[in-house]
Structure formats: structure tokens, C-alpha cells
Design a protein around this ligand. Sequence first.
Ligand code: TMP
Length: 207
Amino acid sequence: MPRPRFITLEGGEGSGKSTQARLLADRLRNEGHDVVLTREPGGTPGAEAIRALLVTGEPDRWTPWSDALLMTAARVDHVQRVVRPALARGATVICDRFIDSTRAYQGAGRGLPDAALTRLHEDAVGLWPDLTLVLLLDEVEGLRRAEARASSMGSTEARFEAIGADFHARVQGFFKALPAAEAQRCRAIDAAGSIESVGSRIWAALA
Ligand code: TMP
């Protein structure tokens, strides 16, 4: 397989994706690669403005389809303005969450059909990652970590975290099943243990 250039990190709350995305970007830069590190929802001014609508406020602020369409609107802007231009100039793009988060949260979590979400993605975005690293951590432990981090940072970005245990169990169920279901593109990464040990597993998955 040629070296993957569009790499996404996925997983439930508190799985350590953002830390690992930064580590991976640093490691590839140290090897001399041009790396763009970005995130969803967000990554452009317009998509960050949409993010603020999505991640704050009460869980029922938006309906499932409103969430999915806002996530997709942000993704279209981000892919067109940041991801595609970076790939076109030969950079490696590392993205913290992408379409699989919509399938997990709005699909498995909130009941929208996966076929409808992937069809919408095909039509509106039309770009899939070369490699998706799925960080797997027990969702109760992950939520505990995410809540501890949010309260220490005074974060207001807790709309999805607040939805409830059953919802997060369905999200986690999707992520657990994904690596085997889409084995060409996805790799499971055990996200338990130290930052360094998880980083080594990710590096090994890239090799
Ligand atoms: P983050 O804080 O992990 O960056 O993600 C923000 C929240 O947005 C997180 O709770 C997951 C949620 N989310 C979705 O529900 N659907 C999506 O498509 C994306 C990208 C994120």
C-alpha cells in the first residue's frame, strides 16, 4: 500500500484522539513530511462557526438530521478549502474526526440510517480517508476522562457528552465494529495505557 496521506482519527469521548493526532503530526514532521493537522467539526472559520452551534447548548438543541446536515455543511467547507488543497500540493492531512463520527453519533447514536449518511457524504463531500485509526477505550472510562478534562478547562463544549450512557454505548458499538467491517481503510487501536504506548501502536499501524 502506498503511504497513506489522508489519515483520520476516530473514537468515543476521551479516547485521546486529539493528543494522538498531535503526536503523529509531530512525528511525521520530524521525518520531513509536510503535515496539515486539522479537526472536525471545524478546520475553517466557517466550519468553526458551525462547530460552536453544534457542541454547545442542550442535547436536544438540534434534531438528529439537523445535526447531520450541520456536520456535513461544516465538512464540505473544510474539505473544499483545507483538505483537498493540502492533498493536492502533496501534504499529509491528519484529521481529528471525520465522516465516521457522523455515522457513529448521528447514525448509531441517534438512529439515522447509515446508508443515508454515507450517500449524503458521497454526494456532498466525495472524499474518504486513506487510513482511519479507530481509538478504542471503554466508553465509561472515556466519558470520565472527557468530563474531568472539560471541568478542569471550564469547557462549554459538552453537548454530546451530556446525552447519556445508552447513546455513548451505541456510539462505541459502531466504532468497535468499524475496523472489521471496513478493514481495507480502518485499523483498531487499543487506546488504554500511556500516551507513549498508544502512540507506538499508532506508529506501528502506519508502517
Ligand atoms: P471533539 O470534542 O471530540 O472534537 O468533538 C466534538 C463533538 O462532536 C463530539 O462529542 C463528537 C461530535 N461529533 C458528531 O456528533 N458528529 C460528527 O460528525 C463529528 C465530526 C463530531
